[in-house]
Design a protein. Structure first.
Length: 427
């Protein structure tokens, strides 16, 4: 039987060697709730799914072929951004763990995420089950309607097509009012006549000379790749560089921010570009796939390609850059980035409605993936019996949520030793 603490140390030792304080911060964040633990330790879920030793995926819920997955699908990886079509969109916005596999992996992780997110908000068990079943219903509806009638491959939650979830609609409207100039003013300071990103213990921090030099090379590589884009002449003029702390699961990866002139430095229309180190998907690591040096070098490009193909409308500032043997995903830290604040949802019904939307979005992503690789063929044969499908996924979700809760308890019991990073990082 695997031990969650031992697996955490094994998976994170490489990252801990880079920055002890950042690892302690990751440990603190994972200890906050079972949902935070689940989000922050995708490797454990991937290993559990691949080995089947802890809890197996439901039988017969599988795809006949391996297709593009999101991988680390959970509700904190949905959010708003301004797309290339000029509109604010709400969509899955993190594909770090994408790979090819069977849709059951995504669907069952998504369902377990619904239960754990609901528990964090003290939503009753009956409503937890309803949220899972309702989100699976919308997922199935999008898949089946898309295959039978050619609908929903362009399903979007955006300014022009806000959907029927009131909380998502309201957030899109609010975010659309945000101005880039105000965002830049709030994110930067004037230091000796130069604009600098504001440093804070929980968000942005100074880099070493070696790391700074790497960011400069990454910006130069990106500039070469985007040479044919219709960008302002001085778009890539570099004004500041720092490290970034965000999320939970990716804490430990190299994650940099470059402040460039963008659409106009003097007018405070700068762009903040994030460079995030690309790593093999935890699914691939567990299966022993595509973890070679050449695969790692191409990893960022593949991640971004999947994101562009999966989102209803991608950001104009998605890209990839390479430095030596390392590749980095590139995206904008958007003035229009926002996520659902679960604490502001006043009733279980609001939570359920958001999860219905999340299920529909995942359905569209899987629909597109299926159409790319195999055309209008049912990617989940068991969708012919939707009630059976939902029953089995719900059973998995409730079982795995309990596994995650027990793993989280084990993790919390070892906090004192885990936070002594220097004692286990070289063991």
């Amino acid at each position: 039987m695997r031990d969650a603490v031992e697996r955490f140390i094994a998976v994170n030792r490489e990252y801990a060697k880079r920055n002890h304080e950042l690892m302690r911060m990751k440990i603190d964040r994972m200890a906050e709730s079972a949902f935070a633990f689940f989000r922050g330790f995708f490797h454990l879920f991937a290993e559990d799914v691949v080995t089947g030793q802890v809890v197996a995926l439901p039988p017969a819920i599988d795809t006949p072929a391996e297709l593009d997955l999101v991988g680390d699908i959970h509700s904190e990886n949905y959010g708003t951004y301004k797309a290339a079509d000029g509109e604010i969109h709400y969509d899955v916005n993190d594909f770090d763990e994408t790979t090819q596999g069977r849709f059951a992996s995504d669907v069952c992780r998504f369902a377990a995420n619904v239960v754990l997110a609901a528990k964090t908000q003290a939503i009753p068990l009956e409503a937890q089950a309803e949220a899972v079943l309702s989100s699976l219903e919308s997922y199935c509806f999008v898949i089946r309607s898309g295959l039978k009638k050619g609908r929903f491959s362009d399903l979007a939650y955006s300014e022009s097509t806000p959907g029927d979830c009131a909380d998502i609609m309201q957030m899109i409207k609010q975010v659309a009012e945000v101005k880039r100039t105000k965002f830049i003013s709030e994110t930067t300071d004037d230091v000796g006549g130069e604009r600098r990103i504001k440093r804070s213990l929980q968000k942005y921090y100074n880099l070493s000379e070696v790391e700074t030099a790497q960011v400069i090379r990454l910006v130069a590589d990106l500039q070469k790749q985007w040479i044919d884009r219709d960008l302002p002449k001085r778009f890539f003029d570099l004004h500041d560089i720092c490290g970034r702390i965000s999320g939970i699961g990716s804490m430990g990866r190299h994650r940099y921010v470059a402040l460039v002139s963008g659409k106009g430095h003097a007018e405070k229309k700068n762009v903040l570009l994030e460079f995030k180190e690309s790593r093999p998907s935890a699914y691939d690591a567990a299966r022993g796939r595509t973890t070679t040096a050449s695969a790692l070098l191409a990893r960022a490009e593949n991640v971004i390609a999947c994101q562009r193909q999966s989102q209803a409308a991608p950001s104009p500032y998605l890209g990839s850059a390479v430095d030596g043997a390392m590749s980095f995903q590139v995206r904008e830290i958007s003035p229009h980035a926002e996520r659902i604040d679960w604490k502001k949802l006043k009733s279980p019904n609001q939570f359920i409605e958001v999860m219905r939307a999340h299920g529909a979005i995942l359905g569209r992503i899987h629909l597109r993936s299926s159409m790319r690789y195999q055309g209008p063929v049912n990617p989940l044969p068991e969708l012919d019996n939707i009630e059976r499908f939902r029953q089995r996924v719900l059973a998995f979700a409730l079982t795995y949520a309990d596994v995650a809760w027990r793993d989280w308890q084990r993790f919390r019991s070892a906090l004192g030793d885990l936070k002594k990073v220097e004692t286990w990082v070289t063991a």
